[in-house]
Write a protein that binds this ligand. Structure first.
Ligand code: 13P
Ligand code: SF4
Length: 307
């Protein structure tokens, strides 16, 4: 760690106490940002933490939909996203208006919406899911047909695990779409003993070649198992920092240097400090949308944890 980073971290931790703030950090954040987090996790864990914290302020080191979810769950807290430009291109591939139109084509078919979506889209959905519980959530629905939005690849993965018919929205994560089968083929030659783990946002041809499929925190837990010594990590590269920090002596190999989410990397220590000083930019979901969206988020949280 540089002297500058250490100085920024000290200032942040000091100001955080004065503001009665909690810092929630996604597994894809920069290493130095992860290191100042009160809690680091996947989308499901972060939404559970946002629902339960006693702090008055939530500083969300992640992307916009995550801060919105925190605002949905904790309307009386100030939710800060240190860079308002930190959006999710996949979440932007669907709008509430477009979903309303689609629902007309499938009357009565329940909508399961990936948490990587705006609050307005959640408000038009029956239940949310994350990559950690998508199969469980879809299975928990009584209907035999489900409209799954917006990630077609996560939807494809879920469809392979359930008998239900999934109608897929054509969204995708541009970062995970850069992971290709050739990357796995090459790394299997270089590291024949490594277990290949990928995220369900990867394309089906990548998932077909992997040994295991996990959400980011699913990968963190899997890496802790004694038998896992070498792991090819098929997701955004920020997670490597945590994997190496928590598992000294084990080897973690990024699947490709191209698996970087530029939006996740917009959050820096400087911006975290400035945002705590200014108590901005704030993310606040309007009450009309929040009331509709919380039903879908609550239903997901009730469905509980999964791999
Ligand atoms: P999880 O951490 O929930 O697996 O999500 C991955 C992701 O792409 C978040 O933007
Ligand atoms: Fe969105 Fe993909 Fe970035 Fe996650 S990694 S925030 S899904 S673009």
């Amino acid at each position: 760690m540089t002297d500058r980073e250490a100085e920024l971290q000290d200032k942040i931790l000091d100001l955080k106490k004065k503001r009665n703030a909690v810092i929630l950090v996604h597994n894809y954040q920069l290493g130095e940002v992860q290191d100042i987090g009160d809690f680091i996790g996947d989308s499901l864990e972060l939404s559970q933490k946002a629902a339960r914290t006693d702090a008055s302020v939530i500083v969300f080191c992640g992307v916009h939909f995550m801060a919105e979810t925190a605002s949905i769950l904790s309307p009386n807290k100030t939710v800060i996203l240190p860079d308002t430009h930190a959006g999710c291109p996949m979440a932007n591939m669907i709008t509430a208006e477009a979903l309303i139109e689609k629902k007309k084509e499938y009357p009565g078919v329940p909508v399961v919406c990936y948490i990587n979506s705006s609050a307005a889209v959640k408000a038009e959905s029956d239940v949310c899911c994350t990559s950690a519980n998508a199969v469980k959530v879809v299975e928990s629905i009584e209907a035999t047909e489900v409209l799954f939005v917006p990630d077609q690849y996560l939807g494809h993965y879920v469809a392979s695990k359930t008998k239900k018919k999934l109608v897929l929205w054509p969204g995708f994560c541009p970062t995970h779409a850069r992971i290709r089968p050739e990357h796995i083929a090459q790394l299997r030659k270089e590291y024949p003993n490594a277990v290949v783990v990928v995220h369900p946002e990867c394309k089906p041809d990548v998932i077909a070649l992997a040994d295991r499929v996990f959400s980011t925190s699913g990968m963190i837990r899997f890496a802790q198992q004694e038998g896992v010594r070498e792991m090819v990590v098929g997701t955004e590269s920020g997670i490597i920092h945590r994997l190496r920090k928590e598992n000294p002596g084990k080897r973690f190999i990024p699947i490709t240097e191209q698996a970087v989410c530029p939006n996740m990397k917009l959050i820096t220590l400087e911006k975290v400090l400035w945002s705590l000083e200014a108590m901005a930019p704030e993310v606040k979901v309007s009450e009309g949308i929040r009331i509709k969206a919380i039903a879908a988020v609550d239903k997901m949280l009730e469905a509980g944890r999964a791999e």
